[in-house]
Ligand binder design. Structure first.
Ligand SMILES: NC(=O)c1ccc[n+]([C@@H]2O[C@H](COP(=O)([O-])OP(=O)(O)OC[C@H]3O[C@@H](n4cnc5c(N)ncnc54)[C@H](O)[C@@H]3O)[C@@H](O)[C@H]2O)c1
Ligand SMILES: [Zn+2]
Length: 364
């Protein structure tokens, strides 16, 4: 990721975890590290990282966060600062975030703020974190009133993605990460969209070579976009939000309990496609490729009783809204994303209905 003095490498490859000590040394780090992980990974990936470091003569302390979105709370963050202080973590001690996007976001924010910043290394263990959240420097915890409301841009000094770690991912988490890959394919890279469709079965079977290719392509796109628009100031980075406007609103209207992030984004992409189609922006061939790819993702039905009105009010609270008007990323053709802020409620309701999203109030 080319960001002048904040540039950093993303090392991707099967077995790359074993080279962690050398990679850290290459970034001028050595001796001591603190590993932050979650309760599920403490005996798995985090233990492996710890053993690799210890065998190379490092000393490593381990801090364990709760699993899932709960990790991104003020209470957990406060305990994390306490553990860093107790472990006598110093300004130059690297913090290794070993986990999915939740560990990465919370540990990343702690690294950004503890002693005004200590070196951060991401070792992402979910597909979603390898293709997306570990790259680009967004860190955050949730406020009870809004997700990701308190955070910082803080770039890591190194990202290490070992696709072998992904073999234990449950299918639902795998699909959640694949939704971000489909996003990259539709918004930036039609050739990659065709490749994904051809290799879908291998991806679902967690074939390491296929997963590695996905991580490489997505990481390269994300690195390029972040280098152009590090702080997401309405430039290239907003196109990474394809499918996310409605996706976030669905996640928030269901209190982050019903959909995985990828499932929300899959619904959002389906609606964004219908919006693009409604404006006559896609050819028949483009639409059928996109629909085929989206059809491979799972889009669970929303909970009974969820009202369209609740989703709309979530849209207005979106961080990206301009003067309270939601910004949608549409496609003027595959690989040609465009931001618009003139989608009317009626147009959106129609697109939601066409994409199969049945909520109370979408049928009017
Ligand atoms: N910072 C960013 O740019 C960015 C981008 C996208 C998403 N996010 C954030 O990422 C979070 C979601 O991340 P996630 O989907 O990785 O969720 P997660 O971190 O909660 O991980 C999902 C589940 O998978 C388990 N897990 C992790 N690695 C595993 C492995 N190798 N094998 C088996 N199980 C494993 C975890 O214990 C957890 O239960 C959200 O909070 C979202 O806001 C951040
Ligand atoms: Zn996302």
């Amino acid at each position: 990721v080319r960001l002048k003095e904040r540039s950093y490498p993303i090392r991707i490859g099967r077995g790359s975890l074993a080279t962690l000590p050398a990679l850290l040394a290459g970034r001028g780090l050595g001796g001591r590290a603190v590993i932050v992980t979650d309760s599920y990974l403490r005996g798995r990936a985090a233990r492996e990282v710890s053993l690799i470091l210890c065998e190379a003569g490092w000393s490593a302390s381990l801090i364990v966060l709760p699993r899932g979105e709960l990790a991104k709370s003020f209470a957990v963050l406060e305990r994390l600062y306490g553990s860093l202080i107790s472990a006598r973590v110093e300004r130059g001690t690297p913090l290794l975030a070993v986990g999915g996007g939740t560990v990465g976001d919370c540990a990343g924010f702690a690294a950004a703020t503890y002693f005004r910043g200590i070196p951060l290394v991401h070792v992402p263990t979910t597909l979603l974190a390898q293709v997306d959240s570990s790259i680009g420097g967004k860190t955050a915890v949730n406020h009870p009133l809004a997700k990701n409301a308190v955070g910082a841009f803080y770039q890591p000094v190194l990202v290490v993605c070992d696709p072998q770690i992904l073999s234990s991912l449950p299918r639902r988490e795998l699909l959640s990460g694949l939704a971000e890959a489909v996003k990259v394919a539709l918004a930036f890279d039609p050739a990659f969209a065709r490749w994904l469709l051809r290799h879908w079965d291998k991806l679902l079977a967690c074939e390491p070579a296929a997963l590695e290719r996905v991580v490489r392509v997505c990481a390269a796109w994300k690195a390029k976009v972040v280098a152009q628009d590090e702080r997401d100031l309405c430039g290239a980075r907003q196109f990474l939000n394809f499918g996310h406007t409605l996706g976030h609103a669905l996640e928030s209207a269901t209190f982050y309990r019903h959909f995985t992030h990828g499932e929300g984004v899959a619904w959002g992409m389906a609606a964004a496609l219908a919006l693009s189609q409604g404006r006559g922006w896609l050819t028949g061939g483009e639409l059928s490729l996109a629909v085929a790819l989206l059809g491979r993702l799972e889009r669970p039905a929303p909970p009974k009783g969820l009202r369209w009105r609740a989703v709309l009010s979530g849209l207005r609270r979106d961080k990206k809204a301009r003067d309270l008007r939601a910004v949608f990323i549409l496609l003027r053709g595959l690989g040609r994303a465009e931001a618009v802020d003139d989608v009317t409620p009626a147009e959106l309701r129609r697109a939601a209905r066409l994409s199969g999203l049945a909520l109370l109030g979408t049928n009017r």
